[in-house]
Write a protein that binds this ligand. Sequence first.
Ligand code: ADP
Ligand code: MG
Length: 747
Amino acid sequence: MLKSSSECVKVVVRCRPISEKEISEGYERVVDMFPERGVVEIKNQKNGEVPKQFTFDAVYDWNSKQSDLYDETFRPLIDSVLQGFNGTIFAYGQTGTGKTYTMEGVRSDPERKGVIPNSFEHIFSHIARSENQEYLVRVSYLEIYQEEVRDLLVKDQTKRLELKEKPDVGVYVKDLSSFVCKSVKEVEHVMTVGNQNRSIGATNMNLHSSRSHAIFIITIEHCELGPDNKNHIRVGKLNLVDLAGSEKQKKTGTVGERQKEAIKINLSLSALGNVISALVDGKSSHIPYRDSKLTRLLQDSLGGNAKTVMVANIGPASYNYDESLTTLRYANRAKNIKNKPRVNEDPKDALLREFQEEIARLKSQLETKSLKRKKKHRLKDEIENKFIDEDRNVDGEDEGEGEEEFLKEQETKLEAEWQAIMNDQNLITEEKQKLLNETQKKQVQLKKEQEARDKVISKIKTMQSKLLSGGKNIIDHTNEQQRALEQRKQEIAEQKRREREMLQKLDDQEETTLEIRETYSSLQQEVEVKTRKLKKLFAKLQAVKGEIQDLQEEHSHERQELEQTQNELTKELKLKYLIIENFIPSGEKNKILSRVTFDEDDDQWKLIPLSQVNGLQQLTKRPVSAAGYRRPVSEYAKLAAAMGGNPRYKGENILQVELDMPSRTTREYDAPSVGPHVRAAVDAALRGEEDVDIDASVSIFQTDGHVRASRKDRTMKYSRPKSWKRPQFEVPGTTSHFSQFRGLVPK
Ligand code: ADP
Ligand code: MG
């Protein structure tokens, strides 16, 4: 049974207490709140005009407690999420008015805990009390800063994520991590990690948090038996959004990067405003969700499939008047947005279904394995039943739980086998060893099987532990009491809401002209009643007139600002045109123009790769002018470069660096000067025995001399003193064949 009826975005206003600082600086409170009627009044101190009045679903003044907001406004929404609706809570308002206080608060103090930590407890206590249902809770945490999406739960905080859209899922963040949580403690831990990561990326945390949007996402899936006796999975997604500060960024007066940054910071918020306006006025068919990351991501929460609560936070002091008024007007518009929430049943991307299927698969895998094994072992037992008597009764099919026993039994059996072999005296050692080895092998195999089985079992256990189911503490007394208390609180909140509605209706009636046509007992009475009425209506008329004037002023102011921005942008555009027209060849410009496309997802112009434009051929062909060069060079430049001189035409190596030759560190070799007859003695000693040939002719000596010279060259390189002369052997056959002295000792 899917409920699908339209309902309005619920808008509540919360005003924080005036701070010590504001009091000491002499500021006064200009905000009045009437929680019983859901009315806020704000008066302008400067001109004594009548206070401006706004009516909301509920208003919370400076005395309101976190639990008041939770029980009256947020609890019903979280309950819906637990039933499978999508829910979103926005905190909107100027920086320092209590957005973070409302969303997160002080987590360590139960009194000051915000809606996020309170919702954790709510969700898990609901699960604990449920019966016959399985739950799966997972959380993600992200931040949008300057139109970039960052996952706050991953290690690498430099990574930026993209938004994608699928017809069956809608808009989602690609690669966003999510953590399955089993308890309040686990979710709190995840949140702490996220918050730490948030401050890591920021240099000035206050500035950063006032300019970024933080979104904490809790997805709750649960499985329950439908009326058709089948299991159905319902998925509720809760977005908890702490928006950037709504105050207008001060105009820096600079063009270019800084201005772009300022535009980006506020882009998501102004887009949010535009989306709300477009949704409310009912005339526009186009809702500009795609204008910013935030509005795209929260598309469902604004006019779509979700229940939405917006908390507008304001400050009470007089110096915040303008911003508070803007916030109240913004919130006043938002309450007219109509959503169409419905229960999300059996969506395609339900993780719970995947978990259940995986568990079933693992279980059946375990079962078939054990069956096979059992059969195998039994067969083996029958064949190899040599050493022990089998007294195990084989009685048909054992159940899965007997598996453990079976493995144990196998183990003891192998142990016994081992012992039997050891004790058997008849076996020869060799045979014994062989048998022992075999048994050992079997034991190892068995161990492996057991390990594999343990692994699968532990996997099943971890997966099952993530699926939460209640019903355990159902008889718990305190639990019962708490439940009753919560129910009572809810009833009171409902009562309050109804009273407020009635009062609001009464107020409305007073303002209408119904009574005017009534008959009166006397003329006097008629005059009195009508005068009273007239006064009231006149006051109302004045208020409306004032409002119209205010709005007109605001509009014209906004228009002026927009015009100014437009002028600045046009100026910048003209500069770019000037540069393009004068310094970029038109051919190149046209080429680029033919390649660019606008990427809607990234909100940027992109160049299509050349290979996709003209096919691969273009890519492989180098420009003709660039043959042999690293870059295209004109003929003129080539000529000028060849002539040298002008460094302008030196494409590269403008600095000509000569090779740095190392200076010489060695000297020529100078032979040592040796006395002439020492030399002669050395020379003679080096002469081999074969040199002394009685019949040696001159030619023999010459060749030999040549050979020896070269040997000497190699071994003892010294130049022969010029005075030295080879001994002459003129007359062969005489004693004078021998030289005057031989060896080192002269004869
Ligand atoms: P924002 O997130 O909108 O910039 P904060 O939540 O940081 O503002 O609030 C600014 C300061 O005001 C904090 O010190 C916070 O404790 C305090 N504050 C805000 N709202 C309340 C409240 N309702 N009661 C008490 N203190 C509050
Ligand atoms: Mg904040």
